[in-house]
Design a protein around this ligand. Structure first.
Ligand SMILES: [Zn+2]
Length: 446
C-alpha cells in the first residue's frame, strides 16, 4: 500500500475487544474504530488501520471492550431528585401519598433542570448515550440534553387533567407541537408525544396524538398494561383490554412505544406484532412496585421489538442500564423457564440496536458500523471483579460492572474520559442537589 492511500481522520480508538452488535452475537479482538467528525469512518483490525489511517488523536484501550452507547428507552429524568424518598410501597400509595404531593410542591423549571442534569450525570457514567424522557417542562429537558450533548427522545406529557405544565389536552398538544417544530431536524433531540397511560388519557386526545404523530413523524410513548389492576379495571369499565382500545383508536403502530406490558395475552401479542408497535421493558421498576413481569422473550420470539428502559429513579432506584439488562436477562430466564432465553448478546442488543429501532433511527444509531453516528462507549475489564475474561459479552451482562465504563463519545465528542465527566460540573451540581434534598426533607417532616 502506498502513502497516498492513507486517509486522515480525527480519532482512533484501539480496543482489546469490540462488540459491534451488527452483525449480531460476535466479539471481535484487537480492533480500531476510526471517527471522522460525528460519524464512524471505519471499524477494522488494528494492523489494517495502521496501514490505512492517520488520526489526530489515538486512544489505546488495552483492557477494554468497546461497544455502541446504551439507549435508555424510558424514564422520568428529573425524578432523580426523589430517589429514595419513598420506598417499599404499593403503586397507588406511592403515587397518591408521596410522589404526586411532592411533585405538586416542588416541580418547577429549575427543579427539572437540576434533576435532569443529575440523571444525565448518572446515565453518562454508566454507559448511556441516548435516553428517553417523559416529564414536565420538556422544553427545559430538551435544552439541557442538547447543551450537554446527550441524545434524547423528549416525550411531552399528555393527560386529561391540568398539571404544572398545562391546563389540559388542548394546551399540552399545542405546546407539544411547538416543541416538535422547534427541534425539527436536530441530530440530538427527538421530541415525541407522551400520553401518560390509557387510564389518564381519553379517546379524543389519543386520536389527536395519532394525528400529530402522522403529521410530524413524532413517536408516541405510553405506559401500557403496567399492572393487572389497570387491565382488569379497563375491561370492567370499557369492556375491552387497553391494547384493544389503543389498536381501535389507531395508537398502536410502528411509531409507538408501549412501556411495561407486564400483562400480556396472546391477542395482545398479535396486536403488537401486527401493528409493529415496540415494547419498552423496565423490569426493575416492575419488580420494585410489584407490578408483574413482562414476558420479554416470548414477545421477541413472536417478532415484537423489545427495547430496555430504567424508568425513573424514584421507582428503580438507579438509571444504570447495564444493571437493567442484568435484571432483564435473569428475569427473562425464569419467566420463560428456559436458561437459554434472553442471552447476553440479546440483552446487549436490547439496550442498543432495539432502542434505535424504537426511535426509528437504527440506520444511524445502535451499532458500530461505518457510516453510523459515533456514539461509543468503552468498559474497562481489568478489575478483579471482571477477571478472568473468557467472554466480554458475558461480563457486560452478568458481572455487574457499570462503574467500569471508562470512556464515552456522543456524536464523536468525548463525554466520559477515564471515568470522569467532561461536560457536567459535578461539584456544582452536587451543591444544587443538596439544596433540593434539604427542602424535600423539610416538607416530608411537616
Ligand atoms: Zn414511567
Amino acid at each position: 500500500m502506498t502513502a497516498d492511500t492513507i486517509t486522515a481522520a480525527d480519532i482512533r480508538i484501539n480496543a482489546r475487544w469490540l462488540i459491534p452488535i451488527e452483525p449480531s452475537g460476535i466479539v471481535l479482538e484487537h480492533q480500531a474504530v476510526i471517527i471522522q467528525g460525528s460519524r464512524i469512518a471505519a471499524v477494522l483490525p488494528t494492523e489494517v488501520a495502521d496501514r490505512e489511517f492517520r488520526t489526530r488523536e489515538t486512544i489505546d484501550l488495552p483492557h477494554h471492550v468497546v461497544m455502541p452507547g446504551l439507549i435508555n428507552m424510558h424514564g422520568h429524568a428529573a425524578m432523580s431528585l426523589f430517589r429514595g424518598m419513598a420506598d417499599d410501597l404499593p403503586l397507588m400509595t406511592w403515587l397518591n401519598d408521596h410522589i404526586w404531593p411532592a411533585e405538586s410542591r416542588f416541580i418547577s423549571e429549575q427543579f427539572i433542570a437540576d434533576g435532569t442534569q443529575l440523571a444525565m450525570a448518572e446515565m453518562l457514567r454508566t454507559g448511556t448515550t441516548t435516553f428517553s424522557d417523559m416529564y414536565f417542562f420538556p422544553e427545559t429537558v430538551a435544552q439541557m440534553a442538547h447543551d450537554t450533548g446527550m441524545r434524547a427522545q423528549i416525550c411531552f406529557p399528555l393527560l386529561d387533567f391540568p398539571t404544572v405544565w398545562g391546563s389540559g389536552p388542548e394546551e399540552y398538544l399545542s405546546k407539544g407541537e411547538a416543541l416538535i417544530d422547534a427541534w425539527k431536524g436536530n441530530d440530538y433531540i427527538m421530541p415525541a408525544i407522551g400520553p401518560h397511560a390509557p387510564y389518564t388519557v381519553s379517546d379524543g386526545p389519543l386520536q389527536k396524538a395519532v394525528a400529530l404523530s402522522e403529521k410530524t413523524g413524532a413517536r408516541i410513548q405510553i405506559h401500557l398494561h403496567e399492572t393487572e389492576f389497570e387491565v382488569a379495571d379497563a375491561v370492567e369499565k370499557m369492556g375491552k383490554r387497553p391494547t384493544e382500545r389503543l389498536a381501535e383508536l389507531g395508537v398502536l403502530g410502528p411509531r409507538t412505544q408501549c412501556v411495561h406490558m407486564t400483562q400480556v395475552s396472546d391477542p395482545d401479542i398479535a396486536l403488537l406484532s401486527e401493528t409493529g408497535a415496540h415494547v419498552i421493558h423496565c423490569p426493575e421498576s416492575n419488580l420494585k412496585l410489584a407490578s408483574g413481569l413482562c414476558p420479554a422473550y416470548k414477545l421477541m420470539s413472536r417478532g415484537v421489538n423489545v427495547a430496555i428502559g430504567t424508568d425513573g429513579a424514584a421507582s428503580n432506584n438507579d438509571l444504570d442500564l447495564f444493571g437493567e439488562i442484568h435484571t432483564a436477562a435473569m428475569v427473562a430466564k425464569v419467566v420463560a423457564n428456559d436458561a437459554a432465553a434472553f442471552s447476553a448478546h440479546e440483552a446487549l442488543q436490547g439496550a442498543t440496536l432495539n432502542g434505535a429501532k424504537a426511535l426509528g433511527r437504527d440506520h444511524e444509531l445502535g451499532s458500530l458500523v461505518a457510516g453510523k453516528l459515533a456514539d461509543i462507549i468503552a468498559v474497562d475489564l481489568s478489575d478483579p471483579f471482571t477477571q478472568p475474561v473468557y467472554d466480554p459479552a458475558s461480563h457486560l451482562v452478568y458481572s455487574n460492572h457499570s462503574r467500569a465504563v471508562s470512556h464515552s463519545w456522543i456524536h464523536g465528542v468525548p463525554q466520559v474520559q477515564d471515568g470522569k465527566l467532561t461536560r457536567i460540573d459535578v461539584p456544582d451540581l452536587m451543591l444544587r442537589v443538596k439544596d433540593w434534598a434539604k427542602q424535600i426533607r423539610q416538607q416530608q417532616a411537616d
